[in-house]
Design a protein around this ligand. Structure first.
Ligand code: NAP
Length: 305
């Protein structure tokens, strides 16, 4: 089984590389953005013809959420057109596509629906589980919009796909919230972090493991048609960015004056979702996955940074 991974230098790409030794029965082909530029159709065609992959994990994306507001064409080219190019190549070679998307497709609708979340209990009101795959996406920013356009391009181009929406990805690799908090704590005595955006952190290694388990599951089934479609994945539980930072410093025994602040005190070019906890019921049931609580996975990651 050949598993092609795009965007292999990113957080998820590196997490997949780290796990690949545990899956010796897969032949992995890891391509960074130079080896496979997903916006280049000729390049996509050549790589797929060379390796004829059975599965493709599209971990390549434009992920600079704020910068996307000032360069929407680039975000669209990678997140929408790039996703379509990959889906077309998958179709040509009958390759099952696992495409990664984001909780940011939900921003506007739920951010405005204040009744959706109980701030005291820190629980969603509707189901206590979060946003489901059938909730209607309604992105507020360019990044979320281009990721939604990528989802739609995949859906329209090639039916043998899994779209995996995830949130708040962090790891020992690349740049992310966890690394930024540790760096800032080494430079400052006081730190203010937003406490009114609620979501769930996702350890990239857990996300990578879930994707590889999904592929394993597929290889053991003859008929998959009913399973293709959209799924949500993050770690279990929910928190604010302030809670996340608090847990990082607690686990690392870092003493710092950490202050909770509202989003209004930390304006950013792109609007963030106020509430983006993902409901994982579907993925757990279909693929028989066990998902760790975010605090446990954070401990795993902190042993490596
Ligand atoms: N990070 C998060 O918090 C988060 C949250 C929700 C969903 N997601 C989604 O999860 C997936 C993985 O995210 P991540 O955190 O691993 O992102 P990341 O660390 O930013 O990695 C993205 C990778 O995509 C590559 N890339 C950019 N343009 C490309 C192109 N034209 N062709 C091929 N590769 C290209 C980048 O390569 P270069 O470094 O060479 O540019 C980079 O290695 C993405 O789909 C993202 O939208 C992420």
């Amino acid at each position: 089984m050949v598993v092609l991974v795009t965007g292999s230098n990113g957080q998820l790409g590196q997490a997949l590389q780290a796990l690949s030794e545990r899956y010796p029965f897969f032949q992995f082909v890891f391509c960074n953005s130079k080896e496979l530029d997903i916006t280049n159709k000729v390049n996509c065609k050549a790589v797929f013809e060379k390796y004829t992959p059975d599965f493709c994990i599209n971990a390549a994306a434009y992920t600079a959420v704020d910068k996307a507001e000032s360069e929407p064409e680039k975000a669209f080219e990678i997140n929408a057109n790039g996703a379509e190019n990959i889906a077309e190549s998958c179709k040509r070679h009958n390759t099952i596509l696992l495409h990664i998307s984001t909780d940011f497709v939900f921003d506007a609708y739920y951010s405005n629906n204040i009744a959706y979340y109980d701030k005291e209990l820190r629980l969603p009101l509707k189901s206590n589980l979060g946003l489901t795959e059938t909730d209607v996406p309604f992105p507020a920013g360019i990044y979320g919009l281009t990721k939604l356009q990528g989802e739609q391009a995949v859906q329209h181009t090639w039916e043998k796909h899994f779209i995996l929406r995830t949130s708040w990805v962090y790891s020992e690799f690349g740049t992310n919230f966890l690394k930024t908090m540790l760096r800032l704590a080494s430079e400052r005595d006081t730190l203010s972090v937003v406490d009114d955006q609620i979501g769930t952190p996702t350890y990239a290694i857990d996300l990578a493991e879930a994707l590889l388990q999904m592929i394993l599951f597929c290889t053991s089934r003859n008929i998959l048609d009913d399973l293709f479609g959209t799924y949500h994945f993050s770690n279990e539980g929910n928190c604010s960015w302030y809670d996340f930072a608090h847990e990082i410093f607690k686990e690392k025994d870092i003493t710092i004056n950490l202050q909770p602040i509202p989003t209004t005190s930390y304006p950013t070019p792109a609007k963030r979702p106020q509430y983006s906890v993902l409901d994982k019921t579907k993925i757990k049931k279909v693929f028989d996955l066990n998902i760790q609580n975010w605090k446990i996975s954070l401990q795993d990651c902190l042993q490596k940074v």
